[in-house]
Design a protein around this ligand. Structure first.
Ligand SMILES: Cc1ncc(COP(=O)(O)O)c(C=O)c1O
Length: 315
């Protein structure tokens, strides 16, 4: 379901109709991808509608803004409250939340612009399943485009402009009839998919690329690592070769949008015996319960939209 012009957006501190939210044609955010964003999901829980790991996402949002030297005028608490306010205004169809901070305009277009106002927008859409088509798992191609390295940009920050590379890879996958693109880094090792982290299972061990491999430090990745360890699995962060991942017993992707999604093939090569494999299925089921507030030990990750934000969980 698409957004309509009467859906509410939070724009620089005010809740207004989407149709009234105006962005200047001179905005640096528009020209150069000079902005940062987040993606969060809301779920129905026993305590009503709730946002998953709200505070962690908004901490990452402010960290991303700090990297791009955007001057976000709102505190973490204010931003968390604003997310909840938009969710309340847009109702239960709003399952995906998109905060965006972008560099505005100063009447010029030079890359050296300073002291330009930063605008903050928070909107929601109805996303449903991110990968559609009903197949039991996603088909991936290995993109011919390299994931930018940590020397090209910060991959820890969700910088809008970074996503040009993801879009090129995703469209390459779509042209080949695949669901997603697996991106390799400058060393030829597996980095991540266009907007998802990647895990493989080999010999009972869960393996995922570490941060130096050129990946976003995904919040779902962190969630799944913690849940897998609680279930007693060994989780290792290390580089993964292309040759290794195609013979893995199981491969899955993680991300707020995709949640935990099995991979059925890479470059036409089937992965594992069953899709989803047993460990993927177990983790996916548990993840589904955790985000819906059905797991007592992880209720602090679930932030009801009618309550004040939960404090960050101590590790
Ligand atoms: C490049 C990239 N990798 C991984 C992820 C998954 O991150 P998260 O689990 O925090 O949504 C995303 C999601 O936005 C992403 O854009």
């Amino acid at each position: 379901m698409k957004m309509n012009k009467h859906d509410k957006v939070w724009f620089d501190g005010r809740l207004i109709d989407l149709g009234d939210a105006c962005v200047s044609p001179l905005a640096y955010g528009l020209h150069y991808g000079w902005g940062v964003y987040e993606g969060l999901r809301a779920y129905d829980t026993k305590k009503g509608r709730a946002v998953f790991r709200l505070r962690d996402h908004m901490v990452r949002f402010l960290d991303s803004a700090r990297f791009m030297q955007l001057d976000v005028q709102y505190s973490l608490d204010e931003l968390c409250d604003a997310v909840k306010e938009v969710c309340r205004a847009n109702g239960s169809q709003a399952d995906y939340i998109r905060p965006l901070a972008y560099y505005g305009e100063n009447g010029e277009l030079g890359l050296g612009a300073v002291n330009v106002p930063t605008h903050v927008l928070i909107m929601t859409i109805h996303m449903g399943a991110y990968i559609r088509g009903g197949a039991p798992g996603a088909s991936l191609i290995t993109s011919s485009w390299e994931r930018p390295s940590n020397l090209a940009t910060s991959l820890t920050a969700k910088v809008c402009g970074n996503y040009v590379s993801s879009i090129i890879a995703k469209r390459e996958a779509m042209r080949q009839g695949a669901d997603e693109a697996l991106m390799l880094n400058h060393n030829g090792s597996v980095a991540e998919a266009s907007a998802e982290n990647v895990f493989m299972v080999r010999h009972g061990q869960l393996i995922t690329p570490g941060l130096s491999e050129g990946i976003l430090e995904g919040i779902t990745r962190d969630t799944v690592i913690e849940l897998a360890r609680e279930l007693g699995y060994e989780v290792v962060e290390r580089s993964i070769t292309r040759g290794e991942i195609v013979i893995a017993d199981e491969v899955f992707m993680t991300g707020t949008a995709v949640e935990l999604h099995p991979v059925r093939s890479i470059d036409g090569i089937p992965i594992g015996k069953d899709v989803p494999g047993p460990i993927t299925a177990e983790l996916r089921e548990l993840y589904g319960k955790v985000v819906r507030g059905e797991v007592e030990d992880h209720l602090d990750w679930v932030d009801p939209i009618d309550q004040k934000p939960a404090r960050r969980r101590k590790k």
